[in-house]
Write a protein that binds this ligand. Structure first.
Ligand SMILES: [Mg+2]
Ligand SMILES: [Zn+2]
Length: 232
């Protein structure tokens, strides 16, 4: 089976909705710059940021997610993938509380989402990290590599992403589509990839390769998956 894994912020969604969420409802700086400088883990950054959240109500959250856009090609890409038997999942180091309403609004509420959760309990916002990994060297709160490792050994894994949280996943993926910051990282680390700007580019290239029966395992990715699997 072919599996298509999609990053959310900056990939399925045009912008980084997680950043916009904390900019809108919390205190984005200086903690975000400190994160980029390596002063916090992502989980640590989220715990601090959650402590600054204010005025997040069902109404304000709804108004916020309504202002955020998915890449316009996403519904067509996912519909096509389902039609031809490709399994699609969202893998994100962001939060369910904005990802799920945005997917549902686009009629994509049935697509599985692997991400962190943020819930309001006893007067405080609590981030949780069900996908955290101790064995992966990634700095993420939700390890994307571990989601890929749940695939069958014969599956072909296609990955689309744009940022730091996608690095451990692309090392373990057979076919990689990279946007913005992830492109230079793939080049520096010798990971074959397609440079893309939009999800329309992804759909166009993926459909061509699918029709040419040209989606196959990548030897280095297979070995990396086997190694990671043995270490888990
Ligand atoms: Mg991203
Ligand atoms: Zn990882």
């Amino acid at each position: 089976m072919i599996r298509l894994f999609l990053d959310f912020d900056g990939t399925v969604a045009v912008n980084d909705v997680g950043d916009a969420f904390f900019q809108t409802f919390g205190q984005f700086e200086p903690v975000h710059s400190e994160l980029l400088a390596g002063k916090h883990t992502v989980a640590g950054y989220y715990r601090i940021s959650a402590g600054h959240l204010r005025d997040v109500t069902p109404e304000s959250l709804h108004a916020f997610t309504e202002r955020q856009e998915l890449d316009p090609a996403v519904p067509d890409l996912i519909r096509w993938a389902s039609d031809v038997g490709i399994a699609v999942a969202i893998v994100s180091d962001g939060f369910d509380l904005y990802i799920k309403p945005m997917m549902a609004r686009a009629g994509l509420g049935h697509i599985p989402v692997f991400c962190n959760t943020l819930t309001f309990e006893d007067g405080a916002w609590i981030p949780r990290f069900p996908g955290a990994s101790e064995s992966c060297s990634c700095f993420c709160a939700s390890c994307k590599r571990n989601v890929l490792l749940t695939s069958a050994p014969t599956d072909v894994l296609v990955y689309v992403g744009d940022g730091r949280s996608d690095r451990c996943a692309v090392e373990h993926a057979d076919v990689v589509f990279a946007k913005s910051g992830l492109i230079a990282w793939c080049v520096a680390n010798g990971i074959p990839h397609h440079n893309v700007h939009t999800m329309f580019d992804v759909w166009h290239i993926l459909r061509r390769r699918f029709e040419q029966n040209d989606l196959r395992p990548r030897r280095h990715a297979e070995l990396a998956r086997k190694r990671a699997f043995e270490q888990e």
